[in-house]
Ligand binder design. Structure first.
Ligand code: ATP
Ligand code: MG
Length: 580
């Protein structure tokens, strides 16, 4: 199969990347439509968020799909706020959504729309349906409407108001619009089929009375269109060709089709795909709002949140998220993706790009007794072994250093190759050192300092006599170290599926109490003194870290983006399992 020519000039880096990954059924549909000239060779998509919360990683899947496919086929993608629900929408959400889409690397250019832009047109179309005898004003209460609707096994009953004349309907609808009736007094309903097996077709409500100001239209409207009445027509107005949405809208498609056919207007093709679900994660906006409002996290951009604002603060990159979305693809069945796959994509991207640095999170003092008191040497350290172009930097070495507490054991267990009494290891970019003594706290017996000697012939990390050491550890010079706070994160939910309510517990019952560990008194190499929020590094042997907006000049705060795979941790775990 030959792919149609792509308009490369309009495809930016983001789009070129989102082509990576396996092809999928939506791409195949578009390729077919282009072949048959179904929409005159046009591809028009849109991303339609409801501005009632922050975007999350699930939305990223939809964004990458809609913007990615449009650009791949030389088309356009609009950003449209589906803002039919005035009471839930806030300007804060609108602004964050725009920022997040841009951050992900996509551009709606001048095509920023709102469903509320179309309220006048939707109202006109409602009048058209009334005149055609296809819509009526109904006085049933919300409860009665529900009761009349029937169930999956029982047909619905027709509303007694269904037989109102066109004149009466027009009069009542215009008075609804004029604000004559209180909230909930009446609705406008489509006259479809109360016996349809599809509940969405049983005379769905098109308009409700709601005296509430709207963030776009102010006090203009006392009636608001229902989402189902607004959505398909908004797509139609925008000339959308492929209206891509998640699977739960499959049952709504017949209704959208019905509206478009009754009105005789441009008919986009709706295509449903599977929502992203991730292990250890909740993606419902209602649940995310609960976490924020009840203070389980520090805000929408808490680095533990699956929101784009949160994972950005955590240090996830747009490149990694786009690669992840390309890799998971789309399908017709809902599943659950392992959180570790997302973390893998983040590691893979940062490994290529993040400059390396040395940082000690839980410091243990090391005094090199045979190193001169006042000597400071500038050691050459490679910035990124994956990318020679990133060059090298100087790291100061001196007599007193910090190493990780974890890199020393007084009584080393089997397969533990790091520092121990009498043992020699390599200090990365430094010297071989050997542990010659241990200083303990009188009271607690805790090891507080190591006495070591270095071999001056091993400068740079190699012994001229060819002798080997089994371990290389990182370090920071005590006199030059920058004090920092470092925040370590674990999964926000301990349980793989926090959405499972089979035990009758609220999802918050499954929050991981250890999801945040804030370490103070961490020691960083001096090049990290003045990092800016968002700067990302690989701290050698520890993982990827990103400077937090809480950083102050000379007082960095870092978030751990994702840990490296720690081989010792794996061995230790296996040993424990064997023992237990
Ligand atoms: P929620 O049910 O949490 O309120 P939503 O689907 O109502 O989420 P919208 O703002 O309406 O959120 O979503 C905008 C677009 O993003 C829709 O097209 C929706 O299908 C898509 N989307 C939302 N969540 C996901 C997800 N987890 N995976 C893929 N696409 C998603
Ligand atoms: Mg929605």
């Amino acid at each position: 199969m030959t792919e149609p020519t792509t308009n490369e000039s309009s495809a930016d880096a983001a789009t070129a990347e989102s082509k990576a990954g396996p092809s999928h059924f939506i791409r195949e549909i578009i390729i077919d439509d282009l072949k048959t000239g179904k929409y005159g060779g046009r591809v028009q998509t849109r991303f339609p968020p409801e501005p009632n919360g922050y975007l999350h990683i699930g939305h990223a899947k939809s964004i990458c799909l809609n913007f990615g496919l449009a650009a791949e086929f030389g088309g356009k993608c609009n950003l449209r706020f589906d803002d039919t629900n005035p009471s839930k929408e806030e300007t804060e959400y609108v602004e964050s959504i725009k920022e997040n889409v841009r951050w992900l690397g996509f551009d709606w250019e001048d095509r920023l729309y709102h469903a509320s832009d179309y309220f006048d047109q939707l109202y006109e179309w409602a009048i058209q349906l009334i005149k055609a005898g296809k819509a009526y004003v109904c006085d049933l209460t919300a409860d009665e409407v529900r009761e009349y609707r029937g169930t999956l096994t029982e047909p619905g009953r027709e509303s007694p108001y269904r037989i109102r004349t066109v004149e009466e309907n027009l009069d009542l609808f215009q008075r609804m619009r004029a604000g004559e009736f209180p909230n909930g007094a009446r609705t406008l309903r489509a006259k479809v089929d109360m016996t349809s097996p599809n509940l969405n077709m049983r005379d769905p409500v098109m308009y409700r009375i709601l005296h509430a100001p709207h963030h776009q239209t102010g006090d203009k409207w006392p009636i608001y269109p229902m989402y189902d009445w607004a959505h398909g027509q908004s797509d139609s107005i925008e000339g959308v060709t492929h209206s891509i949405c998640t699977l739960e809208f499959e049952d709504h498609r017949p209704l959208y089709d019905w509206y478009l056919d009754q009105l005789g207007i441009h008919h986009p093709q709706q295509i449903e795909f599977d929502r992203l679900n991730l292990t250890h994660t909740v993606l419902s906006k209602r649940k995310l709002l609960t976490l924020v409002q009840q203070g389980y996290v520090r805000g929408w951009d808490d680095p533990r949140m699956p929101t784009l604002a949160g994972i950005r603060r955590r240090g996830y990159t747009p490149e990694a998220i786009r690669a992840f979305c390309g890799r998971i693809g789309v399908s017709k069945t809902n599943g659950v993706i392992e959180l570790s796959l997302l973390e893998h994509a983040v590691r893979e991207d940062l490994n290529k790009r993040a400059p390396r640095a040395m940082a000690v999170l839980r410091p243990l003092r090391v005094v090199i007794e045979n190193y001169p008191e006042d000597l400071v040497e500038e050691m050459d350290a490679v910035n990124n072994p994956e990318d020679a172009a990133m060059g090298s930097r100087k790291v100061p070495f001196s007599r007193v250093l910090f190493i990780e507490q974890d890199d020393f054991r007084e009584n080393p267990p089997k397969q533990y190759y790091r520092l121990a009494p009498g043992r020699e290891v390599r200090l990365r970019y430094g010297y071989f050192i050997k542990c010659t003594g241990v200083v303990k706290d009188d009271q607690t017996g805790e090891v507080v300092e190591l006495r070591c000697s270095h071999d001056p012939a091993t400068r740079g990390g190699n012994a001229p006599d060819g002798r080997k050491v089994k371990s290389t550890i990182h370090w920071v010079s005590a006199a030059h170290a920058v004090d920092a706070e470092v925040r370590l994160y674990e999964q926000l939910f301990a349980r793989e599926n926090p959405n499972d309510d089979s035990e009758g517990l609220d999802f918050t019952a499954y929050l991981n109490p250890n999801s945040l560990e804030a370490l103070t008194g961490c020691k960083l190499e001096p090049s990290l003194r003045d990092v800016r929020p968002g700067d990302g590094y690989q701290f050698e042997r520890l993982g990827y870290f990103c400077a937090d907006p809480d950083s102050a000049p000379g007082r960095p705060v870092f978030n751990r983006t994702v840990a490296l795979r720690d081989t010792w941790a794996k061995i230790e775990k296996a040993q424990k399992q064997n023992a237990g």
